[in-house]
Design a binder for this molecule. Structure first.
Ligand code: TPP
Ligand code: MG
Length: 320
């Protein structure tokens, strides 16, 4: 298998997130953004095996899922910057990017919300017999929520074409998983609900591609599965949160060492799939792509005030 396409996608997500962090620092992004850097191998591994018409449901840390599924970087960045050329016309922002034409049914600020929504989508796919798969991405904290268990139970009971992807980065904001969960993690719980599951090194895109190929194929056969992907969150919970307050220097150094992109670079060079020069060229191309995305987003106007109640739920004439 050739890994350069996955390398490009992971690097695009990293360079994109670095740009979002910079734009947030300089006041170009309203509010905060929960960055996906460090977790790139998971979205890229899963989405590699998805068809354009398959669906993904995302989390508050959703930019990487959108880019891996095929969203245009310029339109994602415009959305994050609140501009009218964004996928949701600038009214969704970082935590609600949705691109229905790409099968991206939405990032989501509610922990564990992706699971029941994906379950409903998978039920509809099953009833229509359209052969589409739904993927629910969620963090380790979602495992502590009721909808996690309800969704796994229904997926198992109804044989849904559904893939659950737990991105276990060990943290819920600043609290580590060992202080929050008494069980053995998402993969073990999935088996208790009658689902097949596997644990994967989510920082190794080769392992992710392998496990994802199996998982997507099983889901397409209406045998729902769960992947528990071990990963590491690089930065703070969001772009403006200092992480040093609760993480030691050793832990932060280990974080950098686990970088999935650096790991793949070593492999590409060792196996002769690319040279250092070629990887540097790819980096230059990706930076140019992100520059273009930023140019596109910056030239896009903010939505007009008189459009404030258009394209949104729970808004009505006269407020309320
Ligand atoms: C139902 C619900 N409870 C609490 C919160 C507040 N909250 C936002 S993100 C977060 C932690 C999420 O951790 P995890 O699911 O592991 O995702 P990560 O941030 O690590 O990617 C919490 C508790 C929320 N948004 N929704
Ligand atoms: Mg987490």
């Amino acid at each position: 298998m050739q890994y350069l396409p996955s390398y490009r996608k992971m690097l695009l997500i990293l360079r994109f997130e670095e740009r979002v962090a910079e734009l947030q620092r300089t006041g170009q992004v309203p509010g905060f953004a929960h960055l996906y850097w460090g977790q790139e191998a998971i979205a890229v591994g899963i989405c590699h095996w998805l068809r354009p018409e398959d669906y993904v449901l995302s989390t508050h840390r959703g930019h990487g899922h959108c880019l891996a599924k095929g969203a245009e970087p310029g339109r994602v960045l415009a959305e994050i910057m609140g501009r009218s050329d964004g996928y949701c016309r600038g009214k969704g922002g970082s935590m609600h990017v949705a691109a229905f034409d790409q099968g991206i049914l939405g990032a989501n600020g509610i922990v564990a919300a992706s699971l029941p929504i994906a379950t409903g989508v998978a039920l509809s796919n099953r009833l229509e017999g359209n052969g589409r798969v739904a993927v629910a991405f969620f963090g380790d904290a979602a495992v502590e929520e009721g909808p996690f268990h309800e969704s796994l139970n229904l997926a198992s009971l109804w044989d849904l074409p559904l893939l659950f992807v737990c991105e276990d980065n060990q943290y819920a904001i600043s609290v580590t998983v060992d202080k929050r969960q008494g069980g053995k993690g998402a993969a073990a719980i999935a088996q208790a609900h009658g689902l097949e599951s596997r644990k994967v090194d989510g920082n190794d895109v080769v392992a992710m591609l392998d496990a994802s190929q199996w998982a997507v194929a099983r889901a397409r056969e209406c045998s729902p599965v769960l992947l528990e992907c071990a990963t590491i969150r690089w930065g703070g919970h969001h772009s403006a949160q200092p992480t040093r307050r609760y993480r030691s220097t050793e832990e932060l150094e280990a974080t950098q060492a686990a970088c999935p992109i650096a790991r793949l670079e070593k492999r590409l060079i060792a196996e002769g799939e690319a040279t250092m020069e070629e990887l540097a060229e790819i980096n230059t191309e990706i930076v140019a792509q992100v520059d273009e995305a930023e140019r596109f987003a910056r030239q896009s106007p903010f939505p007009k005030p008189d459009e404030a109640t258009q394209d949104v739920y729970a808004a009505q004439e006269g407020g309320g």
